[in-house]
Write a protein that binds this ligand. Structure first.
Ligand code: ADQ
Length: 464
């Protein structure tokens, strides 16, 4: 069996709960075949030489974790700069927020080259290599230029926008060409895969082969959607933890005579949080029976705080939460409980179970695993209702949720009201259909599907 090598910006120890479902799923695959996981260590070396970094190696069972430090300049240009201020906004349809600042692009190339240079000597001829996410799009082409001939797959966790948006990215020709160094490119949704195909044919003049692969720049590559899932069993197991039970019991007692709604996100402008709060305010305005009753717990974890757009969204959100609480709050009831922190993973199931309604209303999202986690955690006999943005990748699979357009605030408020009033029989029916689907295509099925298609996408290289 070939060894699996995973490369992602950050590496997590798959044995730790905090690592989350993806790490567990990749960890499983790595542990089965014996594997290597490579990425940034999380350490920034002030004054370190750019394009250089110390390697650290650590064993976790039969998985080798190899990480590399980054100099301050590399970190600020590759990670904060090109990845999070150029590619992240552009790929989330927010060209207005994208900064293609000088030095970002060169830093991105430099760090991808550094990763390739450090990784290549650790590779075996028959390794299967799986690269994750937008930080590392050019990694395969850097590896190929060092002579690597292994099978290499790539999975994009964020959306892929339509061709005119991609075409606005300076250097997009180079970026798109980089994809052709992979044997397989995985995307979250049909829609993303369709955008990608249109771009490849229309802008990169790729030829679509009869078997569905694309040919350009002297290489062929397969691209298709693999909607990422969660580890339903692992997550349901977490619900048994003391922390989760305690959270559920406390909240159920506190809200015994009220209705609890929940939102859990990273504090990112793509998640649509200000519009969500405005829709909640509209709910209180238009449907007064919710006053003194409906409470939204909104947890927003800090992220990328050195980027201005993130500081702006935090201020906007805090202003709105204060304004809504100031207008409607009573001594014994506050409509919004807003927390700017990361919630312990072990407590999440308890929060999901106590909430009658989950609001997952991003303006654009690759998939959104919170939507799936909420469904996985519901009591099948008395499940809560998922209000889901049609612009989350998850909406393609989760048609039985109440789908909303988050830009339409009155309609969103109306849908939240419908969720709060939904009869038990309808809740059960919708929940059963959703749970069945997220169970069938969980994160393990996703991983096996991707690696299976990668194995077929290109023949193993000849052993010399
Ligand atoms: P994210 O943008 O981070 O991921 P999401 O899929 O919603 O988005 O969340 C990932 C995980 O983080 C979930 O397990 C969730 O429980 C956890 N999480 C989120 N907010 C939290 C909080 N405040 N406290 C504690 N835990 C929190 C990117 C893409 C997504 C895609 C995933 C996976 O942006 O679209 O679904 O990768 O591919």
């Amino acid at each position: 069996m070939s060894r699996l090598v995973v490369i992602s910006n950050r590496v997590s120890d798959p044995r730790k709960v905090a690592a989350g479902g993806l790490a567990v799923a990749l960890g499983d695959a790595l542990a089965t075949s014996g594997g290597l996981w490579f990425g940034w260590s999380g350490k920034i070396v002030e004054g370190g030489a750019s394009g250089e970094g110390e390697l650290h190696q650590q064993r976790a069972g039969n998985v080798e974790l190899v990480t590399i430090d980054l100099s301050r300049e590399d970190h600020d240009t590759y990670y904060t700069g090109y990845s999070n201020q150029a590619l992240w906004p552009a790929f989330h349809y927010r060209l207005d927020l994208a900064d293609f600042g000088s030095g970002f692009f060169a830093g991105y190339q430099r760090v991808n080259r550094l990763f390739a240079r450090k990784l290549a000597p650790l590779l075996r001829d028959d390794d299967v290599i799986w690269v994750h996410d937008y930080h590392l799009i050019p990694l395969a082409s850097e590896l190929r230029s060092l002579g690597c001939r292994q099978r290499i797959g790539f999975f994009l966790h964020i959306p892929l926008p339509p061709p005119p948006i991609l075409a606005a990215i300076p250097g997009h020709e180079w970026l798109m060409r980089s994809f052709f160094a992979y044997d397989l490119v995985g995307l979250q949704t049909h829609e993303d895969a369709d955008h990608f195909a249109r771009f490849l044919v229309g802008e990169a003049h790729a030829e679509r082969l009869p078997d569905g692969r694309f040919s350009a720049y002297g290489r062929t590559m397969r691209a298709q959607d693999f909607p990422i899932g969660i580890d339903v069993d692992e997550f349901q197991g977490l619900a048994e933890s003391a922390e989760s039970r305690e959270t559920e019991a406390t909240l159920k007692q506190q809200y015994a005579h009220r209705r609890l709604l929940v939102g859990i996100d990273r504090l990112d402008y793509s998640k649509g949080l200000p519009r969500r709060l405005r829709a909640f305010r509209e709910l209180l305005d238009n449907y007064p029976e919710n006053r003194n009753s409906a409470t939204l717990i909104q947890i927003a974890s800090p992220t990328r705080e050195s980027v201005d757009a993130y500081a702006d969204i935090r201020h906007e959100l805090e202003g709105l939460a204060g304004e809504i609480n100031g207008t409607y709050g009573e001594l014994a009831w506050m409509p919004i409980r807003y927390m700017h922190r990361t919630w312990a993973r072990k407590r999440l199931p308890g929060l999901y179970r106590a909430a009658k309604v989950a609001l997952v209303t991003p303006l654009r999202d690759g998939m959104n695993l919170v939507a799936k986690e909420y469904v996985a955690m519901q009591d099948e006999d008395d499940p809560g209702v998922l209000v889901l943005s049609r612009f989350a990748g998850a909406a393609e699979q989760m048609r039985e949720a109440l789908l909303v357009n988050p830009y339409d605030i009155p309609a969103t408020a109306q849908t939240i009201q419908r969720a709060l009033q939904m009869p038990l029989a309808e809740r059960r029916e919708r929940h059963a259909a959703l749970l069945k689907r997220i169970r069938e295509y969980d994160v393990h099925a996703w991983r096996k599907d991707f690696l299976g298609v990668l194995a077929e996408a290109a023949p193993p290289p000849p052993v010399v």
